[in-house]
Write a protein that binds this ligand. Structure first.
Ligand code: GDD
Ligand code: MN
Length: 378
């Protein structure tokens, strides 16, 4: 007891005294299958950050290409580099948050491993933060005309612009690139909101800004978004859907969780499937009632499969469980349909507004489907 008290001075127990340098900057690099890129980026960072006491944390989601062992070999020779190998988990946002949580410097930067971001911007970013001109500095692809031309396909470019526009509506700030994967921030800004951050999807920066209780002082610096060096992008339709549901959840003031938004979006896709199949069956000469039944069953099946693959991909059912899950899903949706009609009838007795009654029934049915299947299916 006595020794512990005696040791508990300015230096915490168990930490050796000595010239241990305090890191000024921690650079967090999320990786998935970036074996060939990471060593190049680390070398470039070493050159760019010459005068800075830096630390690098690579957060790798157990890449099958062995990225973690490549980084660990480098880390064995340079104590400033470390590798956090996450097993059984996937997700850029979660990887970035965990990297920041493990950082020891007061300022953290996040940069992609594939060399699409211009690491020579880091010293200027750091300078702004150290001079207390901002709490967050973003590397922006949209301040210079044509700066994304190399790094994004025309399709991705349009999507990225739409994503940025949506994000600005939610954030109510004039940030040009709120979905950038390249930024530097005071660590306490992220620590304060860490429990609120979503761990899947790509839009960690958007989420950090949206979760702040008070507006941040934000600066943006332009850079040209380069082409990926080796390997391929992990961006896909699911990442886009993830983003959309996160933005919409924030739009509802977090009243509706992102997963429920996603479930709703899948439901909306079911309506399109329904109408398409209805049209097809009628074209093939089926009677309307029969066509409507086939359309409804097809839409329900596609909803189930998409929800299983996207909304609940972290708890995805496979094999026999996929079939029993389907039967349960169908049963619960049938109950949802009965509840839908009952609620609509009830509301219709109170008001002559047919659309209000119809919408109330549909909303109740959808809520039932979401809540019941989240408990009993996934
Ligand atoms: N740990 C981990 N886990 N890292 C991941 C994961 C994951 O599940 N998915 C992607 N990464 C890493 C990649 O290895 C890369 O270093 C970085 O995150 C960016 O991934 P890319 O797959 O190269 O993304 P992109 O270039 O298509 O998307 C870029 O633009 C988006 C906006 O349009 C990125 O900068 C995104 O951050 C940005 O939101
Ligand atoms: Mn990339």
């Amino acid at each position: 007891m006595k020794t512990v008290l005696a040791a508990a001075g300015p230096h915490p127990v168990g930490v050796a005294e000595g010239p241990a340098a305090a890191y000024v900057l921690t650079v967090v690099i999320p990786t998935f299958n970036e074996r060939d890129n990471v060593p190049v980026l680390l070398a470039r960072l070493g050159r760019t950050l010459g005068g800075v006491a830096w630390q690098i944390i690579v957060v790798d989601d157990d890449s099958p290409d062995g990225t973690a062992s490549v980084v660990k070999a480098i880390a064995a020779a340079d104590g400033r580099v470390s590798c956090l190998r996450r097993v059984g988990r996937r997700g850029l946002a979660g990887a970035v948050v965990e990297g920041i949580m493990a950082a020891s410097a007061p300022i953290v930067a996040v940069i992609d491993a594939d060399l699409q971001h211009d690491e020579t911007l880091l010293p200027a970013m750091l300078e702004h933060l150290r001079a207390d001109r901002a709490d967050l500095v973003i590397g922006s692809r949209y301040l210079r005309p044509g700066a994304v031309a190399l790094g994004l396909s025309p399709m991705r470019r349009a999507g990225s612009r739409l994503a940025a526009w949506l994000a600005r509506r939610v954030l109510k700030t004039e940030v040009s690139d709120p979905v950038s994967g390249f930024f530097m921030v005071r660590r306490n800004v992220v620590e304060a909101v860490a429990p609120r951050l979503s761990s899947h999807g790509f839009k960690i920066l958007f989420d950090i800004i949206a979760s702040q209780p008070a507006p941040l002082r934000i600066l943006e610096l332009p850079y040209d978004f380069a082409q990926r060096r080796a390997g391929e992008s992990k961006f896909d339709g699911r990442v886009a859907a993830d983003y959309l549901s996160l933005v919409m959840a924030r739009l509802t003031g977090d009243l509706i969780p992102p997963r429920a938004v996603m479930f709703g979006l899948v439901g909306a896709s079911g309506l399109i499937v329904h109408l398409a199949v209805l049209r097809l069956c009628q074209g093939l000469g089926a009677r309307f009632a029969a066509a409507q039944l086939i359309a409804a069953l097809t839409a329900m099946t596609s909803n189930y499969l998409i929800n299983n693959a996207v909304t609940y991909r972290d708890r995805r059912l496979a094999g026999a469980a996929l079939l029993t899950g389907y039967l349960r899903f169908a049963g619960l949706c049938a109950i949802g349909l009965i509840a839908n009609v009952a609620v609509a009838g009830l509301v219709h007795r109170l008001t002559p507004a047919w659309w209000l009654a119809g919408a109330a029934g549909a909303l109740f049915g959808a809520a039932w489907n979401y809540v019941s299947t989240s408990v009993a299916v996934w």
